[in-house]
Design a protein around this ligand. Structure first.
Ligand code: NAD
Ligand code: MG
Length: 422
């Protein structure tokens, strides 16, 4: 079997110099110990499904959840997890009761979730939703683990700093987001100085063909009807606003040390091609597959080998047509704002993410219209740039501080945005 040379595929560092990653081939033990941060969510579920299929290959070190004690305890028992953490500190007694008679240790609160990331597992799935996943993911990064990164918000929030910490600790970041996993695979075809651009595909979401006035008024139910992917609530809403694609543009920039002009977005409603890389000779390498997150997760779980994936076999004859459109930055301003914040740099992407989390929560709570999500993000970014308080981020606390400032500002701007018609 041909093994991808890891140093050929991931780059980071200010000067975009290649940073070799450790090849885990020698380091991987026969049985790989695994931790899943966000085990009860959609990505967590797909990851547990893959672990379930290969009980001889993986052992579960730690699992975490936000507040669903019963689901977490059920997984802990099924996989004989050594440690479980529930983020909601008020649920510790319930968790202890649910685990009575087992040898699984448990903890509660943010520190326990961070401890889960710090426990000695070879491979960690970072699948908490939102910036809340930053510190637990960093705990895994800092001990040089292989970290499969689904939690794009934590990377967007922490920016370059996250990748610098990974490089320093010798951690290996494996992109689990389908588009970035596709790029990760396609990038192996060339070197950094041969790269022209990467292309991230987007389904366009449920409002791809809608008029602006209808997008403005879209309901929660309509936003939650994704045409191709079954995912958690937050990312499904982000897909409808195309903020998810915006987060992914930023994610690609940090993961692969790409300038904004080296990243293109292409709307591809069938979600079969997940990402492409163009090289200097005009060769374009693409990764294809059925829209099933278990494929990129399986790629991360087996890396640098390949394991068996349970997704449906790709039947292109049956699909018949693959179509493409340019993205519409007017109807989906969230995508434009992502490029703007990336060009602004120095914490603007942290603000972009924080304001979007506040806006999505407000939309779910019925406080703002769908169209106001992007307006709140834009107003928060404008305010922050006007304030001139941009600075380098050198620690998790710096990132979390900017995140808090932006959340407070977004919350303060919320009432006037809610009142303002488009
Ligand atoms: P989800 O809402 O289904 O699950 C989130 C998980 O995180 C749950 O286990 C939840 O209990 C836990 N969690 C939530 N808030 C927490 C907190 N404050 N502290 C600790 N734990 C908390 O979300 P998901 O769809 O599985 O997405 C997870 C991450 O993966 C997101 O960052 C998302 O953008 C990314 N992602 C998801 C998909 C997908 O197909 N679902 C695809 C690509 C990337
Ligand atoms: Mg994606």
């Amino acid at each position: 079997m041909v093994c991808i040379a890891p140093e050929a595929v991931l780059w980071f560092g200010e000067d975009m110099s290649p940073v070799p990653l450790r090849n885990n081939k020698a380091a991987a033990s026969a049985v790989r110990s695994v931790t899943v941060l966000g085990a009860t969510g959609s990505i967590g579920d797909s990851t547990m499904d893959l672990l379930r299929a290969s009980p001889d290959r993986y052992r579960v070190e730690a699992l975490t959840a936000n507040s669903n004690v019963q689901a977490l305890a059920k997984l802990a028992k099924e996989f004989s997890a050594r440690f479980v953490a529930i983020a909601d500190a008020s649920r510790l007694a319930d968790l202890k009761a649910a685990l009575a008679g087992t040898s699984t240790e448990c903890g509660a609160g943010e520190s326990a979730v961070i401890e889960a990331g710090a426990r000695p597992a070879d491979w960690v799935m970072a699948a908490v939703s939102g910036a809340a996943g930053l510190k637990p993911a960093l705990a895994a990064v800092d001990r040089g683990a292989h970290v499969a990164l689904a939690n794009k918000e934590c990377l967007v929030c922490a920016g370059d700093f996250f990748m610098q910490r990974a490089a320093k600790a010798g951690a290996c970041i494996l992109p689990a987001d389908s588009e970035h996993n596709a790029l990760f695979q396609a990038l192996a075809s060339g070197n950094r100085d041969e790269l022209v651009r990467v292309i991230i595909t987007a389904s366009g979401g449920p409002f791809r063909t809608w008029k602006p006035a209808d997008i403005e008024q879209a309901t929660l139910e309509q936003a939650l009807k994704h045409p191709n992917w079954s995912m958690g609530q937050k990312i499904t809403i982000d897909s409808a606003s195309m903020m998810n694609k915006g987060l992914e543009v930023i994610e690609a920039s940090y993961l692969f040390a790409l300038a904004p002009d080296e990243i293109d977005v292409l709307v591809h409603p069938q979600s079969i091609i997940h990402g492409m890389v163009e090289f200097s000779d005009r060769s374009v390498m693409a990764q294809l597959g059925s829209p099933d997150m278990r494929t990129p997760i399986a790629h991360c779980l087996g890396w640098p080998d390949r394991i068996k994936g349970p997704a449906a076999k790709l039947d292109l004859a049956k699909i018949g047509q693959l179509t493409f459109e340019a993205p519409d930055f007017e109807r989906f301003p969230g995508l434009r704002l992502a490029f703007d914040s990336l060009r602004t740099g120095k914490g603007a992407t942290t603000v972009y993410n924080a304001a979007n989390e506040v806006a999505v929560a407000a939309f779910i709570a019925g406080k703002i219209r769908f169209g106001a999500i992007a307006r709140l993000v834009e107003a928060t970014l404008d305010d922050w740039i006007r304030g001139g308080n941009q600075g380098p981020m050198t620690s998790a606390d710096d990132a979390i501080n900017v995140d808090h400032v932006a959340r407070n500002k977004a919350a303060a701007l919320l009432p006037q945005i809610a009142l303002k018609a488009s």
